[in-house]
Design a protein around this ligand. Structure first.
Ligand code: ATP
Length: 455
């Protein structure tokens, strides 16, 4: 059974080193998390799986890695400076602050009081000084999403790769939003990471591409271990769509705190490229854009068939890496009753996501021969390219198995007396999910593991 409460995950994350609150020793920075020794591995594996699926396995997507510091003009013309704000209300009784759209029946979501302030606007972008002057006159923003620089670099990417529509640009990176209420562990943070794809298509083919991307994304989530019956495709009602969006799907997942947004897929038409283009009046834009006298580029492509320039529409599948992390952890978390009456906690992560692929455990940490064979096996297995292979020499085999069940290590290899006494040398291989153990020759390990991990 997957995790049913956020506490189970928060505890496991802290106890085993997946995630900690930032500046924990000073009481913690609200809504900001640090990933621990295992968290960094899991997060990297999620990002690698996405990159592989979006960029390597397709023939129509390129990658980018752009700066976090963002020129003010970019976020002026994108519309963020004037609109990227949350309507907020304060409770006069308990002093809580929350988003106005989180208020139900005019009551404070914390204490139920009806004594609330008027709705006010709260800009959620972080800004910081830029250059040597410290008086706030020259500032940049920390980007609130990764995609704006994909639009501003659109022409450079086309010119340097000769890509033709339809094609996409993918990016993974940090984003920052001064959320009013950061909550639910890493679900809503003030510093988080996104995996965003901007897929440019010819107007008129956009709705077709929306369906393709929805299906592609659902398949991807399934491959990361999510149970699709716990996901919901929320087709946003017309009256709730942003003014530039023709269609938006929120892909929701049953998190421990309830069904909530895991990712969004939006048909943003020509709004973004249009916003950042010069000579907008010549482009027949359908979106209502911000007048732009500053851009030096026409972000359009030439249609060889129609013999005219047009601005591609964009389909945007956008994922929060931290929400992906939380969903994958929720799904993998399992408490299992064993035949002997005990309960074990096991993280049934997909193999490619597991932070540690194989733990090599010397049965006796003070037996030089056993330890040296374990080192040798670890070094040899690392060469197979399956990922992190770890030497686990904490000494107690029972504890080691429990720890590796809890962190999701698919296989444990134990080097014991038989391993050094018998020829050919063999080891015990223990499977996380079945807990079955088998004896395998050391010489066969690389082949066995390559097959097991599909490397
Ligand atoms: P929400 O409605 O939950 O505030 P959003 O609709 O504003 O999210 P987008 O701007 O569409 O979110 O961002 C795309 C994705 O980035 C979201 O689906 C989510 O996975 C992730 N994301 C957005 N804000 C945060 C945050 N504060 N913390 C963690 N992930 C976030």
């Amino acid at each position: 059974m997957p995790a049913t409460s956020m506490d189970q995950l928060v505890n496991l994350c802290k106890r085993r080193g997946f995630a900690f609150q930032s500046a924990d020793i000073y009481g913690g920075l609200q809504g900001v998390y640090d990933y621990g020794p295992l968290g960094v591995e899991l997060k990297n594996n999620i990002k690698a799986a996405w990159w592989r699926s979006m960029v390597y396995e397709r023939d129509d997507v390129e990658g980018l890695d752009t700066s976090i510091l963002t020129m003010r003009k970019v976020l002026q013309y994108s519309g963020h400076e004037s609109t990227f704000s949350d309507p907020l209300q304060d409770c006069k009784k308990c002093k809580a602050r929350f988003r106005a759209d989180h208020v139900k029946d005019g009551k404070c979501p914390e204490c139920g009081s009806t004594d609330l302030t008027e709705v006010r606007s709260f800009n959620t972008m972080f800004k910081t000084n830029f250059g040597p002057v410290d008086d706030g006159s020259v500032f940049v923003y920390l980007r609130p999403e990764t995609c704006q620089s994909i639009f501003t670099q659109f022409k450079n990417v086309i010119d340097s790769t000769s890509r033709k529509v339809p094609f996409g640009i993918a990016q993974i990176g940090k984003s920052f939003r001064n959320e009013i209420t950061a909550r639910n562990f890493m679900f809503r943070q003030r510093e988080f990471e996104q995996m965003e794809l901007e897929f440019f298509v010819k107007p008129g083919t956009d709705l077709e591409w929306m369906e393709k991307w929805k299906d592609y994304c659902l398949k991807w989530w399934e491959a990361q271990g999510l149970d699709l019956s716990k996901m919901n495709v929320h087709d946003i009602a017309k009256e709730d769509l942003a003014h530039y969006s023709k269609k938006t799907y929120d892909l929701e997942y049953q998190f421990p705190h309830g069904l909530d947004e895991l990712m969004g897929i939006a048909d943003r038409q020509d709004y973004d490229l249009g916003n950042h283009s010069r000579h907008q009046e010549e482009l027949n834009l359908v979106a209502h854009v911000h007048k732009n006298p500053d851009s030096t580029a026409k972000l359009a492509v030439y249609d060889e068939e129609d013999k005219k320039w047009y601005v591609p529409f964009v389909i945007e599948p956008s994922i929060g890496v931290d929400r992906a992390f939380l969903a994958v952890m929720t799904e993998a978390y399992t408490e299992e009753k064993l035949p002997n009456g005990e309960t074990r906690t096991v993280l049934k992560l997909k193999k490619h996501l597991a932070p540690v692929k194989v733990a090599v455990i010397p049965l006796k940490r003070n037996n030089e021969q056993i330890v040296s064979l374990a080192h040798q096996i670890k070094a040899d297995l690392l060469k197979t390219g399956i990922g992190r292979v770890m030497l686990e020499d904490s000494g107690n085999i029972g504890k080691a198995y429990r720890r590796h069940d809890e962190i999701g290590t698919p296989l444990c290899i134990t080097v014991d007396f038989e391993s050094i006494e018998q020829s050919p040398a063999t080891v015990t291989l223990r499977n996380r999910d079945t807990m079955e153990q088998e004896r395998v020759a050391v010489a066969d390990l690389p082949k066995y593991l390559k097959e097991f991990f599909g490397a």
